[in-house]
Design a binder for this molecule. Structure first.
Ligand code: ADE
Length: 245
């Protein structure tokens, strides 16, 4: 899959694209990351990309022309997405959809934002990665890129690790433990050492439900829950299942 990231800080994107799982996928040719410098599409001698806001006020606004040219330079892409704190929330469901595309363009804003005419007519979507304001869209673009590329077949190597992951079934993931079985005086849940696969699976499901109920009760409204899950959650509410986790 091809990712085109339009930014004023292409080095930040390139550095991230060279590391870890993504770096490996790039090396293998499964993922292509093009970091495009929006400043290369200016034509004044100061290479200026921003200007004062019409109507006055603090801060600067990114000019439409260099941004439009940068978008056009990418050629045909599956989708063009802008990163902005005023976008709709980016979710795992978006990553799943976008991973089906052959290419994705990610447009990063800086300053107070990009001229609205770009958002109106030159991109297909505008997303935010959370309810906080960053100094630019780069971290957002990397979040979208990472969440999307790791769903591509072959990128993670272990398809099973995707299956049970947080959000895949609409629940938070269960806790994980590794050796040693006792570490600094703290053990691991006995059931995980039992070798009893069905009991381990049941424990994990319950811990997922317990954690989700505690930290993200909003997710329970849309998660797919079995009658057994429902019963466990009711018991949890009434205090019958209130172990610490
Ligand atoms: N740019 C600045 N803040 C952002 C956010 N929260 N999400 C996406 N892009 C941004």
């Amino acid at each position: 899959m091809r990712f085109v990231v339009l930014t004023l800080f292409p080095d930040v994107v390139r550095a991230y694209a060279a590391a870890g799982v993504l770096g490996k996928a790039v090396e293998r040719g499964e993922v292509e990351v093009e970091a495009v410098d929006i400043r290369d599409f200016t034509d004044d001698r100061y290479r200026s990309v921003d200007d004062d806001p019409f109507g006055g006020g603090a801060g600067m606004v990114m000019k439409p022309e260099p941004v439009a040219r940068a978008i056009e330079s990418a050629g045909r892409v599956g989708k063009r997405v802008m990163l902005t704190p005023s976008g709709r929330p980016f979710t795992q469901a978006d990553a799943v959809e976008w991973a089906k595309l052959d290419s994705l363009l990610l447009l990063c804003g800086r300053y107070e934002g990009i001229d609205q005419r770009i958002r109106d007519d030159h991109v297909d979507d505008a997303v935010s990665i959370g309810d906080y304001v960053l100094s630019g869209g780069e971290l957002g673009a990397l979040v979208v890129l990472d969440a999307t590329m790791r769903l591509l077949p072959g990128v993670l190597g272990n398809a099973d690790s995707l299956e049970h992951e947080s959000y895949n079934e609409g629940l938070l993931e269960h806790p994980h433990y590794t050796r040693p079985a006792e570490w600094r005086g703290v053990g691991v849940p006995e059931v995980l050492l039992s070798g009893h696969h069905a009991r381990v699976a049941e424990w994990r499901r319950r811990e997922s439900l317990r954690r989700t109920a505690r930290l993200r009760p909003d997710l329970l409204k849309t998660a797919s829950l079995t009658p057994q899950d429902q019963r466990f959650l009711l018991d949890l509410e009434s205090g019958d299942q209130s172990e610490v986790s």
